[in-house]
Design a protein around this ligand. Structure first.
Ligand SMILES: *[C@@H]1O[C@H](CO)[C@@H](O)[C@H](O)[C@H]1NC(C)=O
Ligand SMILES: *[C@@H]1O[C@H](CO)[C@@H](O)[C@H](O)[C@H]1NC(C)=O
Length: 153
């Protein structure tokens, strides 16, 4: 009983934050910065995305398709955004991995809903290291946890 609770706890601690986070940041093999934003769009809102980071008091807009706002000049032609399944957007930023602000808050906004994560430069993992978690879906992990919980309690 204690042991299964322990397993359950460890799984929960390891897996839930890795996958269920609405925003995740990692470094790709070719040294690009990747930000995945899995905020679910509101059905009755205009679908739009906005990626930015802030360091200290300075916030920099990296990429957006909100009409009327535009990215900072330094990020022009350095980033692109692709759609994620089942929902969300992925930002790829080229050429900044060595110039990242040391302590950075990454933000994304989809249809007005903001997700943020604070990362220090040396906390950034390579994407291949976390892809095991990213491939499995959140609900799948919850099922697994429920399964553990039910069979062991
Ligand atoms: C932003 O891009 C997405 C995906 O390409 C699109 O569905 C959406 O309509 C765009 N929003 C605006 C405000 O252009
Ligand atoms: C990094 O920045 C966040 C938000 O500004 C702050 O709460 C945190 O204490 C900072 N961490 C370090 C190590 O400076």
């Amino acid at each position: 009983m204690l042991k299964s609770l322990f397993v359950f706890g460890v799984l929960a601690v390891l897996l839930i934050p890795a996958k269920c986070e609405l925003i995740s940041v990692c470094i790709e093999d070719d040294n690009d910065l990747r930000v995945d934003c899995r905020v679910e769009p509101k059905p009755n809102k205009i679908n739009s995305y906005e990626f930015s980071w802030s360091s200290g008091t300075k916030e920099s807009l990296i990429n957006t398709n909100v009409s009327g706002s535009s990215a900072e000049a330094q990020f022009k032609d350095k980033s692109y955004v692709e759609e994620l399944e089942p929902h969300g957007y992925r930002l790829i930023l080229t050429g900044f991995t060595d110039k990242l602000p040391h302590n950075t808050t990454y933000l994304c906004k989809i249809s007005g809903v903001v997700a943020r994560v604070n990362m220090e430069k040396d906390q950034l993992a390579t994407c291949s290291a976390v892809s095991v978690f990213l491939k499995s879906s959140c609900s799948w992990i919850l099922c697994l946890l429920l399964f553990f919980y039910q069979t062991h309690s």
